[in-house]
Ligand binder design. Structure first.
Ligand code: SF4
Length: 327
């Protein structure tokens, strides 16, 4: 059958996407697959799913299971993903939900998740004769060291982030000396120094960069004689959002895989929806509606930070199969 004008246009768009993927400074670093007749394509974002720190922590738990360690505990859920949590439960990995629970434990291996914990938790583990496997993300560990050192050197520490987030609680637990948490603009405006010491400002790794700069500016206006500002934001989230935005701009249909209750997946969905009105959530494999795959065109796939690879692969494979049937 000869090409219609629509076929020609979509081939051109796919060629353009190929060129964008091949550019040196592109945000599009994922896998591009094109159907046999060139009128259908699937782009799977490289940054979809677990970031480096979460992957490392999840792999650590599975390594411990394979090594035969028992009983195994994680201090807090290793990840907010039902598939993984259920699988780990079946493999008898238990979650410790509080410091009190930890205090009552007398044997086993305790795995610290990527968010990290304060110094006190390590002490309890040691006092109780438990084995510790530390899967704190190295980027978070770096912040622990900063606040510990600066505190020792006479700095007052300010953490910009969400006070109730486990990562921030952990960072707080390493600060030697006075420490405050600034969560929002109001906190920044009303921030009052606890001492006359110099100030060290750090950030929760997943905090919004623009807000971080804004709050630093507000606090900076208090005119400290010395302020050390350390931008400790991890770029995994930003890279994921930039790549998702770039592909959503070019896609006809965009699938965002992950839990609707996960704030980073929700944010990803909003970013993609702004660029591509045919953006859909896929929470679990049963949610994938293959009728949404277009008869010709580009399908984009991205996923939140706690989405397991097995789900991303399954959705991608099914979409590729559907595109092959149609294009
Ligand atoms: S710091 Fe970055 S890489 Fe590490 S767990 Fe957090 S988001 Fe992931």
């Amino acid at each position: 059958m000869p090409d219609t004008a629509g076929d020609t246009r979509i081939r051109e768009r796919i060629e353009e996407l190929k060129r964008s993927c091949a550019e040196k400074d592109t945000a599009l670093k994922g896998d591009l697959w094109v159907s046999g007749n060139g009128t259908g394509a699937l782009y799977k974002a490289k940054s979809a799913g677990f970031c480096f720190g979460v992957r490392r922590a999840v792999d650590t738990v599975y390594e411990q299971i394979s090594s035969g360690a028992s009983p195994i505990y994680t201090y807090g859920p290793i990840i907010h993903n039902e598939l993984v949590v259920r699988d780990l439960e079946e493999k008898k990995v238990r979650v410790i939900n509080s410091e009190d629970e930890l205090r009552n434990l007398r044997e086993g291996t305790v795995i610290i998740r990527s968010h990290g914990v304060g110094r006190k938790i390590y002490s309890i583990i040691e006092e109780n004769g438990l084995r510790v496997i530390d899967a704190t993300c190295p980027y978070v560990r770096k912040i622990h060291r900063i606040v510990e050192e600066r505190g020792r050197n006479g700095y007052e520490v300010v953490i910009i982030g969400s006070a109730s987030h486990p990562e921030v609680e952990g960072i707080r637990g390493w600060a030697a000396g006075e420490v405050s948490v600034v969560e929002d603009e109001q906190d920044a405006v009303s921030y009052a120094p606890l001492t006359g010491k110099p100030l060290c400002i750090v950030s929760q790794t997943t905090f919004n960069l623009k807000k971080f700069h804004k709050f630093v500016e507000i606090i900076g206006a208090l005119r400290y004689h010395e302020t050390a500002v350390l931008n400790t934001i991890c770029n995994a989230t930003e890279e994921r959002q930039t790549e998702a935005r770039s592909i959503a701009r070019l896609a006809d249909v965009m699938f965002v895989i992950g839990g609707k209750h996960s704030s980073n997946t929700q944010k990803l969905y909003e970013i993609c929806r702004k660029e591509c009105e045919n953006t859909f959530f896929v929470q679990a494999f049963d949610d994938l509606n293959l009728r949404l795959v277009p008869f010709r065109g580009i399908v984009g796939i991205s996923a939140g930070a706690s989405t397991p690879n097995i789900l991303i692969e399954e959705v991608s494979n099914q979409c590729r199969k559907k595109i092959s049937e149609r294009c």
